[in-house]
Design a protein around this ligand. Structure first.
Ligand SMILES: [Cu+2]
Length: 164
């Protein structure tokens, strides 16, 4: 290594150290848990968004819990954990016009039409116990997080997030 190269490497090293010590505006972080009650699950009750089942969502056998439920606009990182013991789950993020929207649905596949619903990104198909992350740039508004494994959205596996 020539002196010049050593100098350049030193400058780069110092620059990198400085960059990493700058307290960059931290992304908002949303912790997401993908949950189900396990065992033989009855997926027959429609509990999709806007289906009038709001009061009964406690009965849902699959769910998504998030913390916090509201974040500032900008970069948002979703740290997603599949807390199920035996079922693959995923998380898809999509914008919502309002809380009563009925998402476009593909009946014969028993899943949301992701293309029509519009989506910002996803952490797809996590095995039980596994985790994944997704970072997206988000504008103020209302969003839905849902699992699009067939049957899961209708089983109640969705929640809403407010970006302010
Ligand atoms: Cu699921």
């Amino acid at each position: 290594m020539s002196k010049w190269n050593v100098l350049v490497s030193c400058v780069i090293a110092v620059a990198l150290a400085a960059a990493s010590s700058i307290p960059a505006l931290a992304n908002a972080v949303v912790k997401v848990s993908l949950l189900d009650k396990g065992g033989v699950m009855d997926l027959s009750k429609p509990m999709g968004m806007g289906m009038g089942m709001k009061g009964d969502m406690k009965l849902a056998i699959m769910s998504i819990k998030i913390d916090p439920k509201s974040v500032p606009a900008g970069k948002v990182t979703f740290e997603v954990t599949n807390a199920s013991k035996e079922t693959i789950h995923e998380m898809v993020v999509a914008p919502l016009a309002n809380e009563n929207v009925v998402l476009p649905f593909v009946e014969n596949e028993n899943r949301v039409d992701e293309e029509k619903a519009g989506h910002l990104g996803e952490v797809s198909e996590l095995e039980p116990g596994k985790s994944g992350a997704l970072t997206v740039e988000m504008k103020p508004g209302l969003y839905i997080l849902y699992c699009n494994i067939p049957g899961h959205y209708m089983a109640g596996m969705w929640t809403t997030l407010k970006v302010r």
